[in-house]
Design a protein around this ligand. Structure first.
Ligand SMILES: NC(=O)c1ccc[n+]([C@@H]2O[C@H](COP(=O)([O-])OP(=O)(O)OC[C@H]3O[C@@H](n4cnc5c(N)ncnc54)[C@H](O)[C@@H]3O)[C@@H](O)[C@H]2O)c1
Length: 248
């Protein structure tokens, strides 16, 4: 029996992980709705099952309008993958400004409140849904100088767990993925001011992964696909480490 086509929304769609998640979901035969500040990187994936929106996730009204448009068009929204985020360059706390702190909390945490709040009514209506947030292993295995980023990722995981218990009776599953250091453009942005990003990548990040390599965006896409699928129909409120053992 053919599996019904699902409708999956991905935020941070134009980023390294976002794009890999979308490619994977298109191969599964699903319809993907891609949201990012810019979606230029997705140009080579153009096809009927991919719909893109250039939007700031912090614009709550725009997000509500987009989700309404999607639900009206397809009559279903099966999955939300929160893959957006911004990094923090390693900085001693005395040098972190309130503006830095607020920006990290807005993009990495407030955005989750906005996208999740907007999607839940549609999932409740169909008594089915899977919400996945990409947090970070740094929430439980911190590095110096990343205090605001780490706090934002801890909040992301707690938010998911809180929603998992709240939404379970509606058959909406909510899970978190903790990637280890991953091979995307974001990685170099964690480098302290004045340090060499390429050297840090090899001497700090790769060295810190017991399995000996960076996480590939396709590793995350595979984990997302599992959590979206019926193979994970009894999995909620969990955090899946895709980190090469970095969290150990
Ligand atoms: N790369 C790593 O080493 C690493 C490790 C652990 C966790 N993560 C997390 O994984 C997720 C994906 O990261 P990535 O490596 O693909 O980074 P990336 O920088 O390639 O992608 C992030 C995307 O989020 C988008 N974005 C940022 N603010 C936005 C906003 N307000 N509205 C809409 N889109 C916005 C950016 O435009 C970008 O395309 C992030 O949450 C990140 O914190 C990354």
């Amino acid at each position: 029996m053919a599996v019904a086509q699902q409708v999956i929304i991905v935020t941070g769609a134009g980023g390294g992980m976002g794009k890999a998640i979308i490619e994977n979901q298109l191969v599964q035969g699903n319809i993907v709705i891609a949201l990012d500040l810019t979606v230029a990187s997705l140009a080579d994936l153009a096809q009927d099952s991919l719909q893109t929106y250039e939007v700031n996730i912090l614009q709550e009204e725009s997000i509500q309008e987009i989700f309404h448009e999607v639900y009206t068009k397809y009559g279903r929204i099966d999955g939300l993958v929160n893959a957006l985020g911004i990094a923090q360059a390693a900085t001693p706390i005395e040098e972190v400004t309130m503006a830095d702190w607020n920006r990290l909390m807005d993009v990495n945490v407030k955005s989750l409140f906005i996208s999740t709040k907007a999607i839940v009514p549609y999932m409740k209506e169909r008594k089915k849904g899977s919400i996945i947030t990409i947090a970070s292993v740094s929430a439980v295995r911190p590095r110096p100088g990343l205090q605001a980023y780490i706090a934002s990722k801890g909040a992301a995981e707690s938010f998911s767990r809180g929603l998992a218990i709240e939404l379970a009776t509606h058959q909406i599953r909510v899970n978190t993925i903790h990637p280890g250091p991953a091979d995307t453009q974001m990685l170099s942005q964690f480098t302290a001011d004045g340090a060499d990003a390429e050297q840090t990548k090899h001497n700090v990040f790769i060295q810190s992964v017991p399995l000996g390599r960076l996480v590939d965006p396709t590793d995350i896409a595979g984990a997302v696909n599992y959590l979206l699928s019926d193979a994970a129909s009894i999995v909620t409120g969990t955090t899946l480490h895709v980190d090469g053992g970095r969290g150990l």
